[in-house]
Design a protein around this ligand. Structure first.
Ligand code: 2IT
Length: 447
């Protein structure tokens, strides 16, 4: 494989699809050396096949808002690769959603799902719907209209969507309700992230954040260091930041910053249980304002408009909100302020220049597809419980999640340790994820 040739061809075929091309380039650069040791991959055109999704559904979603106005949105589902199992991946509702964004997310999902060692193929979907300011009834009507179109193409052995940005337990509930009405069966594994009691798994809401902290705990221990007392900056205040803050507090670390599109909320003495609970209220309000936290806890929190979490002096930085949110200048500010570890929890949360700057400074960097894999892994555990019509206890799910994250961490070290002994977690995650998919594709023939 010649990465530059492949990228030149892809750029010509998919002009302007920046995020998709960025995600592909990172994976190809990581796996190039290993790939070239396998002439059978080259002959079977594994990379050329892998970079194109199996198929993309794109559809109109029509719904009526509270004023009686008809609204039109675009919905998508990218079914990327099914070498390891039925397609699996979240749904994103956000005004910036487009095909390139969902292709990059679906492509990343293939390798992330592979890292979990569960039988999960890769997919992603969503819509350019903006949940901000929408009423509960509007959210319900949109979710129903979305599934009315998509339902024939999902199912536990076909494609199983979950939540992502803008899609949480409430949205999954509305989508699952419509799905089972149309399918006339309780194929519970058709969607994950369901509430406990009608098919959901305990710990699924916490899983992405818990898994991320389990991974970071290993990064810290690798340096004979401890999480206790470490100052952590998170971005966002959604499901991922909530889960990470919960586990960080439990393990004795201090979350000193969260953020929103409006600015940063600094918490000098570290986030408390009451504040973590309030994050749920903030998310449910659909206001998308982190200032609400400072208004609720004056004296303990300081809000600064227009600033990001990365200007706060911390030991550990964890982007938890959106792709490319950590820019090169943010990374440089963190480094100047003495950051010791960076682990992105959002998918492709850091710009390539930021990753380069962090790695060049000798600071361990954990990539999203490994650090955030606990979410989809626990979705895999949810599907397993659905198939068995049975639920594990919270302790059982958490123990399985913890083991999966430890195994992922070990794989990243195994494939990412360089000749000089330092660990390139990005390379390790990409190689480990890629090899399992490539071997499955080889075994299943040219399809
Ligand atoms: O990015 C992700 O891995 C998710 N949004 C969760 C996917 C899933 O199927 O649980």
């Amino acid at each position: 494989m010649n990465v530059q040739n492949i990228m030149t061809n892809l750029e010509a075929k998919h002009p302007g699809e920046k995020e998709y091309l960025q995600a592909v380039r990172e994976v190809l650069e990581s796996v190039e050396e290993v790939y070239n040791q396998h002439p059978e991959y080259e002959k079977a055109k594994i990379v050329e096949r892998l970079v194109e999704p199996d198929r993309i559904f794109k559809f109109r979603v029509v719904w009526v808002d509270d004023n009686g106005e008809t609204q039109v949105n675009l919905g998508y589902r990218v079914q990327y690769n099914a070498a390891l199992g039925a397609y699996k991946g979240g749904l994103r509702f956000h005004p910036a959603v487009n095909e390139s964004m969902l292709k990059f997310l679906g492509f990343e999902q293939i390798f992330k799902n592979s890292l979990t060692m569960l039988p999960l193929g890769g997919g992603k979907g969503g819509a350019d719907f903006n949940p901000q300011g929408k009423s509960d009834a509007e959210i319900m009507r949109f979710c129903q209209a979305f599934v009315y179109e998509l339902w024939r193409n999902i199912g536990p052995d076909q494609d199983s969507p979950a939540g992502d940005v803008g899609v949480g337990g409430r949205e999954i509930g509305y989508m699952y309700g419509m799905y089972k009405k149309l399918a006339r069966e309780h194929s519970t594994g058709a969607l994950t992230g369901k509430s406990y009691g009608w098919g959901g798994s305990l710990i699924r809401p916490e899983a992405t954040g818990f898994g991320a902290i389990y991974y970071v705990d290993r990064m810290v221990k690798q340096n004979n260091d401890t999480l206790v007392g470490k100052r952590i900056a998170l971005s966002g205040f959604g499901n991922v930041a909530w889960g990470a803050a919960t586990k960080a507090l439990e393990l004795g670390a201090k979350v000193v910053a969260i953020s929103g599109p409006d600015g940063v909320c600094e918490i000098a003495d570290g986030i408390t249980k009451e504040m973590i609970d309030y994050m749920l209220v903030m998310r449910a309000s659909n206001r998308n304002k982190v200032q609400d936290m400072a208004d609720k806890f004056p004296g303990q929190c300081k809000f600064t408009a227009g600033k990001k979490s990365w200007c706060v002096k911390v030991d550990i930085a964890m982007p938890c909100a959106f792709q490319n949110e950590l820019a090169e200048e943010d990374a440089k500010e963190l480094i100047a302020n003495g950051v010791k570890y960076v682990a992105e929890v959002s998918n492709m949360g850091s710009q390539p220049g930021a990753i380069k700057a962090i790695q060049a400074a000798g600071i361990p960097f954990g990539p999203g597809k490994a650090v955030n894999a606990g979410g989809v892994a626990t979705s895999g555990l949810e599907i397993a419980q659905n198939a068995a019509h049975f639920n594990w206890t919270a302790e059982e799910v958490d123990a399985k999640l913890h083991k999966i994250m430890n195994d992922i961490y070990d794989m990243c070290v195994k494939y990412g340790t360089q000749a000089d002994g330092h660990i390139d977690y990005v390379k390790g995650a990409n190689i480990a994820g890629f090899m399992r998919v490539a071997d499955a594709m080889m075994a299943q023939g040219i399809i």
